[in-house]
Write a protein of this length. Structure first.
Length: 512
């Protein structure tokens, strides 16, 4: 369905790889091996569909194979964009012939879904612990004893509690907790530790292990905790930190053991507008039985690949031809989708309805924006646009969205004739403004381009028939609280009765 991206893989082609292996916002990753295949999921917050599913055969080359969550519940809560809510830090496991994903919704509680096949169908979300501030849930099935457990962290913004991990015994079917829970680790009692969260629970070498980050997203470290008994007490150790490298806050991810017996750790690094990119670190166990991640506890930038059959270089798809008006799995809506936002048709290209709204002046408030991650640190994205309406104020375009936003596209004037416009809004602004003077667009068509350079600095271009010309000032993209900046395609119209026309986008292309 999608065009093949020309973006570079992390695979260097000589038996080594470079970090990050996923140079985009796959926030709070967790990974599991099943046979010779590796699967990864990540936070998706309030976007739909949620819970992305990625596949690899070597932990370096990844493809996006789908999503596990069609829409978030309760539906009314996610009918509008909620970029700091929804799915936080999921955990992915395989047990008893099924894949399982647990996550904490900070406003509703801990939820679970499962499926026999990673591609689905997935069960409906099941709430196993209701409450505010319950986040970062992770299960463990102890294969030796048949017991099941769950650990989670706390969001102070909802519960008033932080820096603490709570553990429960869980029913083997993963549907209920068997006790009231107890504090396994109170990091307020550990000198220098703060914002302990994101736990991942494992069994190894006779110990219960909790891998958990602390110290904050931008500046923290990865901790490891072990105990002979699930209820503790736990010893702790810092097993990965920035050290002398440029990789800030290296933490929060998952440990995986390959079929060849190697140990690896996937974690994120917060990179501002780019979101949380994913690194792969070698891992070993020292003479005292503690994990050593990276190069003696510091992140590696280039390293020998995991032992695995040779794989072709690959990155998750970003390009899209939109065959028959259908968009690829790399796209998400900024909130729960509604019927009629996109229109299937016989040809290639994306057709979006100009959705009537009273909030067209602020893209941050719109649920009907089709979005995807910034695909790399530096790249160019290009698409074509035709506006098929004479409704005054109807508009469509290509956007970079975050706490601030900028977009370029077409808008029908008072006479119904489309013109090229370029608009933006600062973080504190409640209404968009012109970034460049509007100008005519021949036959209501335009080619659009955004060039992104280091620091997520975005230069907008348009071609109305006489070649690409730069538009406005350089726009510095910003993150969207926990979410990196995103690329978006949209079509809107002023509030009112009846259909307001459509917008057609041609193939969406990205390149280094």
């Amino acid at each position: 369905m999608s065009g093949r991206s020309t973006l570079r893989s992390a695979d260097l082609g000589d038996g080594t790889y470079r970090n990050p292996v996923l140079d985009a916002d796959w926030s709070d990753p967790d990974v599991v091996r099943h046979g010779d295949d590796y699967y990864l999921t990540a936070s998706s917050f309030g976007r739909a569909p949620g819970l992305p599913l990625l596949h690899s055969r070597d932990l370096v080359n990844w493809s996006l194979i789908g999503h596990a969550l069609d829409r978030l519940e309760p539906a009314a809560d996610f009918a509008v964009p909620r970029h700091d809510c929804g799915v936080w830090a999921p955990s992915l496991r395989h047990h008893d012939g099924r894949f399982w994903i647990f996550w904490g919704d900070p406003d509703h509680g801990i939820q679970q879904i499962n499926a026999q096949d990673i591609r689905g169908p997935w069960s409906a979300p099941h709430l196993i612990k209701a409450g505010k501030g319950l986040i970062d849930a992770c299960p463990l099935w102890d294969e030796e004893t048949g017991e099941a457990y769950l650990v989670h962290a706390w969001a102070k913004s909802r519960s008033g509690i932080k820096n603490r991990l709570t553990g429960h015994r869980m029913s083997p079917d993963g549907r209920e907790l068997l006790d009231e829970g107890r504090t396994l680790i109170d990091a307020d009692r550990i000198p220098g530790w703060f914002t302990l969260e994101g736990p991942k629970l494992y069994r190894h070498d006779g110990h219960f292990w909790i891998f958990a980050p602390a110290g904050g997203v931008e500046t923290g470290w990865q901790g490891a905790f072990r105990s002979r008994d699930f209820s503790g007490p736990y010893e702790e150790r810092v097993v990965l930190s920035q050290g002398r490298t440029q990789v800030n806050g290296p933490h929060q991810g998952g440990w995986v053991r390959t079929a060849q017996g190697e140990d690896w750790f996937l974690h994120f690094q917060a990179k501002g507008a780019y979101g949380r990119v994913v690194h792969l670190q070698p891992m070993r166990w020292d003479e005292d039985g503690w994990p050593v991640i990276g190069d003696a506890g510091e992140p590696v930038s280039v390293h020998t690949k995991p032992l695995a059959p040779e794989q072709p270089p690959e990155v998750p798809a970003f390009d899209d031809d939109f065959p028959g008006g259908r968009f690829g799995r790399q796209w998400q809506w900024t909130a729960a989708p509604r019927s009629g936002w996109s229109v299937e048709h016989a040809d290639d290209g994306l057709r979006l309805s100009c959705v009537r709204t009273a909030y067209a002046h602020d893209l941050r408030a719109l649920p009907n924006i089709l979005v995807q991650r910034l695909p790399a640190e530096t790249f160019t994205v290009e698409t074509g646009l035709a506006l098929n309406t004479d409704e005054p104020g109807a508009k469509a375009g290509l956007a970079v969205l975050g706490d601030a936003f900028s977009w370029i596209g077409l808008e029908a004037g008072d006479d119904g004739v489309p013109r090229l416009v370029h608009r933006y809004a600062e973080t504190v602004a409640e209404h968009e403004r012109d970034a460049e003077h509007p100008r005519p667009a021949k036959e209501g068509r335009v080619r659009l381009r955004i060039e992104v350079t280091a620091g997520a600095r975005c230069r907008f271009y348009a071609d109305t028939g006489d070649g690409f010309r730069p538009s406005g000032q350089v726009f510095a993209a910003t993150p969207w609280r926990w979410v990196g900046a995103i690329l978006g395609l949209f079509a809107t119209a002023p509030a009112g009765p009846g259909p307001a026309g459509t917008a057609d986008f041609t193939a969406f292309r990205t390149a280094d």
